[in-house]
Design a protein. Sequence first.
Length: 162
Amino acid sequence: MKKSLLAIAIVSTLLVACSKKENQNETTVPADQNTVASAPAETATAVDTAHTAENSLDWAGEYKGKLPCADCEGIQTELELHDNKTFELKETYMGSKSDGKPVETKGSFSFDNSKPSVIILDTQPDKRQFFIGENTATALDMEGNKIEGAMADLYVLKKESH
């Protein structure tokens, strides 16, 4: 009889102790963090990479704008992205030093694996890059970073609606 009572007392103590620990976790960890903390790292990464510019945005189309130029008034730029991942780039240097004729380049592009919202123009010797946003293509610097500062807005090409 004493052994039965002792066993019941131990089991009851363990159940109460476990119950208190669960309640403590529930009250100290906010619900949104609890879900993230319990999810494996692979799941969290999969959610981040599931929605990219390539599969979530209507990126195909024609983007136009006037990009800054160090030794001219600007570069009138037209970038057309096709569904088959080819592009046509037309750049017209503006100002007195220019002959007014556009420089046209055609080739293919790819989405950067490490930065899925960035495209790389493969046929360009300097591997020019653009960040693809909602109805925009933003020219990036030589290292593939967004240009910061007061002139940042001047590097954005806007998508033409047809």
